[in-house]
Write a protein that binds this ligand. Structure first.
Ligand code: AMP
Length: 301
């Protein structure tokens, strides 16, 4: 079943201790859509500026992503983000954020997207998430990602959004910031109190924890030594997980959740092995299944 992905589309400048790249394709919607496309059809909603080139659209279409929902504001510039990774390749600093066309982005869903059953709201302003929800005719499953910026500057909108969605994906530090709790599980439970069905707390290289009222599952990250650029790992994890769940008709059963966590983890491990989406252009479902076998050996006991 088709998954609709809404979020940022970006040109990123990335600095790691060993290499740097300028103006590479990024953004929450880009990573999530690429990741999900290995499991289900994807339609993407975002905004770009006049600096967006046909080759960027072709890159997305190359993975079968429906790009009708990407609005081009010719007189504007695409959102730009500059990030610098510390020596541990896990912690990063935001050096610069230029919202550009994202600053007054009002998502416009093409008519054909409005019946969508599965909606992923990638990292973006909570108000754009609310505006998206107002345009769909009711979905079976809506999941959103968020970040510290929105917890700090748009908390009221974020809380409103949390009351209208089924699942929230966020980093460990963000879950703690949102709730004031210091324990991940307690923070997750407090977030569920907003009326969510589930919360997924991402812990970077330490994996992720899934929480619902009745279940807790923890999954380690796939141990990879070849970390080139961690940008987009979180969005890829969420996109891969939700893409898999959408391919299973949105069923939230222990089996689909666990498999979703596994596929999200595997897709994120490929993401970090290159800059931007370059690894996603090199792999196919077979490569993912091969890595799944290795992961099973490593993680089962
Ligand atoms: P991740 O590493 O999964 O947290 O995602 C990194 C991506 O998020 C980069 O490609 C950025 O372009 C994008 N990003 C960074 N800051 C923001 C923001 N404030 N709003 C939306 N997207 C952002």
């Amino acid at each position: 079943m088709t998954l609709t992905v809404v979020g940022s589309v970006a040109f990123d400048n990335i600095r790691t201790p060993s290499a740097s790249r300028e103006n590479i394709l990024g953004g929450s919607a880009t990573f999530a859509a690429f990741a999900a496309s290995f499991f289900s059809p994807v339609q993407m909603v975002g905004v770009v500026g006049g600096d967006w080139l046909p080759e960027h659209t072709e890159l997305l279409k190359g993975r079968g992503i429906d790009t009708e929902g990407i609005e081009v504001v010719k007189e504007g510039k695409t959102f730009r983000w500059t990030g610098k990774y510390l020596d541990n390749m896990n912690d990063r600093e935001t050096i610069d954020t230029q919202l550009n066309v994202l600053s007054d982005f009002k998502p416009k869903l093409p008519k054909s997207y409005r019946q969508t059953k599965y909606l992923f709201l990638g990292n973006g302003t909570p108000s754009s998430g609310l505006e998206t929800l107002d345009q769909i005719d009711g979905a079976d499953l809506v999941v959103a990602d968020t970040m510290d910026l929105w917890i700090n500057i748009a908390r009221v909108d974020l809380e409103q959004l949390m009351r209208r969605i089924d699942g929230l994906v966020l980093n460990d530090s963000e879950a703690k910031l949102l709730t004031g709790e210091t324990n991940t599980i307690t923070a997750g439970r407090r977030i569920l109190d907003y009326g969510l069905t589930f919360v997924v707390v991402k812990k970077g290289e330490h994996g992720a924890v899934f929480l619902s009222r009745d279940e807790i599952y923890a999954i380690p990250a796939f141990p990879t030594e070849n970390v080139i650029d961690p940008t987009g790992a979180g969005d890829s994890f969420a996109g891969g997980m939700f893409g898999y769940i959408a391919s299973q008709n949105g069923k939230i059963t222990p089996e689909t959740i666990k498999n979703g966590l596994v596929y999200g983890t595997l897709i994120a491990s490929f993401c970090v092995e290159g800059f931007s989406v370059e690894q996603f252009q090199k792999i196919d479902r077979n490569a993912i299944e091969e890595r799944r076998k290795k992961f099973k050996q490593i993680a089962s006991f």
